[in-house]
Design a binder for this molecule. Sequence first.
Ligand code: KIV
Ligand code: ZN
Length: 567
Amino acid sequence: MAFDHRKYVPFQPIAKTDRRWPDKVIEKAPTWCAVDLRDGNQALVKPMNVAQKQRLFDLLVKLGFKEIEIGFPAASQPDFDFCRKLIEENRIPEDVKIQVLTQARPELIERTYEALKGAKRAIVHVYNSTSTVQREQVFGLDRAGIRDIAVNGAKLVKDLAAQHPETEWTFQYSPESFTGTEMDFAVEVIDAVTGVWRPEEGQAVIINLPATVEMSTPNVFADQIEWVCDQVRHREHISISVHTHNDRGCGVAAAELAVMAGADRVEGTLMGNGERTGNMDLVTMAMNLYSQGIDPMLDLSGMAEITEVVEACTEISTHPRHPYAGELVFTAFSGSHQDAIRKCLALRNEGDKWNVAYLPIDPFDLGRRYEEVVRINSQSGKGGVAYVLERDYNISLPRWLQIEFSKVVQQSAETNGGEIDSLSIHNLFEQRYLKVRDEWALRGYDLHRDEQGVYAEVTFGRESAPMRLEGRGLGAVEAVSAALEKRFGLAIAVEAYDEFALGEGTRANALACIRLTAGDKLCSAAALAEDTTSATLQALLSAVALAVELKAMGESQEAKADPAISA
Ligand code: KIV
Ligand code: ZN
C-alpha cells in the first residue's frame, strides 16, 4: 500500500518540565530580518534579476526593515553583483544593515568578504548543517567534525572582519537544520562558535535557530527555543533569532511561540515566499501583532503596493485568501456575516477601539475600502443586498422589501452563477420595482379632505390618452385604491406601505414602497418622485398594474384551459 503512515516516526519532543513560555504574552515586535532576497530568491523557479532585487530591496526599506539579507554572494554572481551595486552606489540607508549568507567554507567566506568590501555595516551570516540526518547521511561526520566546521568558519569570519575595521560587523551563526539536531549538540556548537566570537567582549552576535524543515507542532519548537535560551553561554550578550519554514503550515505560529519562548529576532519573507511551502510570512506575523494593539515597527498600510511588488519580483501571485493581503480576506458573502458587519460598522464612532464582528482588523488600515467588505452572491441575504443599495445608491428599503428583493437577487445570482455587482443589483431593483410603464405613469392628482375622509382624483397613463379616476377613502392611498378597484374589478388590500425621504445626491426626493394583494395575487412596487405623495401614488399604480397584468394572464390561462370560455 503506497499510503502507509507506519512509514513515519513521530518527532521526539525534548523532555522539559520547567516551561515558562506558555504564560508569556508578546508585548513588543521582535527585530525583523527580511530574507526575501536570499532564502526567498533561492526558492524561485526564475531567480530575481538585479532590477527586481533592487525593487524589492527598496520596498523592504520603505516598509521599515532594518536588517535585510540581500543574498548569497559567494554562491551566485547576480547576488555578488547586487551586493556590490548596493555598496558602490551608496543605496543602503544609514539605519539599515545588509546581511549576506555563506556556508562555513573558507573559499566561500573569503568571497563573501570581497562582496562586502566598503560596506558601512554588515551582518555576515555563516551556517553549517548540524542535524543527525545530515551528519550521518550527507557529511559522514561525527559531532566533533561538524563542530569543527562551525568553529573554523567562525574563526575565518572573525579574522577577515578584523582586516576591515572600517565596517561595523555583526556575526551571525545558524546551526542549519536546528530542529533536527539533538539540543545538547546544538548548544555545544553554538557555545563553540560564541567562544570564538566573544559576544561578552562586545562583538555583536546573532544566533539564528532555523526550523529549516518544520518537523513538529509549534509548542515543541518553542520548547527547543526556551531550552537553548536557558542553556547557551552569554545569553544576555547574544541576540537569539528564529527562522521558521512552513512545512506543516505553522511557520508563523512557530515564530510567535518562539518569541514567547525568548527569541529576540525573527527572519522571514513577505507573503511567506520560500523553499517548499515557504518561509515564515512577515506580513502575517506583523499584522497579527498589529491586531493585538502592538506596534509591529513596520508600515504595511500600502498592502496593494506590497503585493504588487512581491508578485512582480517573485512571479508568484497572492492567494485571494492570504491572511491580511488576499483580495477576499475582508469580504463577506454570507448573509448573517454581512448583517453583523453592517450593524457593527453603523454603531462605530470615530476613535472607538476596533470591535467589528468577522473583521479582525479595520480593512481601511491596509488601504482597503469598505465597499469590498460586503459583496453579493447567491449565499448573501437581505442585509447585504440592502447594504449595497443604501451604500451605493442611497436607497433604503423597508424590511419586508429587503426580504422580498433579496430573493430576486438570489435567483439572479443562482441563474448567472458567481458574484453580482452593485450596478446589477440596482438594475434588478429598477426592473422589478421601479420601472413605470407609460400606461400607468402618474400625470397628476388632486386630494381633498372633508368630514367623510379623503376625496382623490388621479390622472395617469399616456399623454395622448390619459385616464382620470375618482375615489374616496380614509387616506390618499385608500381613496386611490378604491378608484382603481372599481375601474379594474379588483379587490385591493394594501399590506405594507413605507415612504422615505432620500439623501442628498439623488435626483428624486422620495421613495415609496408598497405591497398589496389583489385577489390571490401579491404585488409589490416602488417609486421615486420629487415628493412623497407622488412617489406613493406611483408605487400604488405600479403595483396595481402588476395585479391587472397577472389577472389578465390568469384569465387567458383559464380560457386556454376551457375552450368554451374562449369561444
Ligand atoms: O532554512 C534555513 O535553515 C536557512 C539557513 C541558511 C538559515 O535558510
Ligand atoms: Zn531558510
